[in-house]
Design a protein around this ligand. Sequence first.
Ligand code: MLT
Length: 245
Amino acid sequence: MKRTIDVCLSPALYHLYDGSDSIVVVIDVLRATSSICIAFHNGVRSMVPVSSVEQSFSYRSKGYLVAAERKGEMVDGFDMGNSPFSYMSDDVKDKDIAITTTNGTHAIEVARKNAFQIVIGSFLNLDSLANWLRGQNKNVICLCAGWKNAVNLEDTLFAGALAQQLLPDFELNNHRDSVLTSMYLYDLAKDDLQGFLSRSSHKKRLSKLNIEEDVTFCLTPNQTDVIPAMKGDSIFKLDVMQSIG
Ligand code: MLT
């Protein structure tokens, strides 16, 4: 039997999905899952995603670096926010980081309720993630983080890009149109992702904060072959996670 690919356009809809036999790809292209991918690319040892700013801060006393984003900005008193560029210095190498973001860490929390396995997806690791998923004997659910439980364009586009890559080896879930929606949108957008997203709500939010370079970076595919994956409460690089057993 062929495996299925499905797309959940918002964490608020995830109760309609059964992830127990699926690899759930959590997607928050702007910017949480892009930052997580690039953090592991730069040698971070582990990341623990948490829901609240207070929880994240409490990890400092355990020797973690602490990261928190709200309204797109770094929360005062933290080591970093949610810009991929803050995870590129040597200071993060071999470090454990606790992180909370408005939507990305919430989506991870939601997927933890029943996912067989959670991995982290972004345009930055698109091809390597697709190759790895093709080699697994599991269904795939793309869980888009959206914005505060509402649908957003950029996560939907990435889900479409991943679904297009997997389609020859996977079947569409035929009971709902979210995979088709994401693939049709990606088809329209793929030649100019930036242009297509120019009126999107989160791109506008980030533009107001003058962080256009984060957007450009996060929309540039295949900058790493790292696949971050969840084990217990933490995220590790997939090969490291497998060696822990
Ligand atoms: C989130 O988790 O809501 C986002 O990644 C927000 C951001 O761009 O920092």
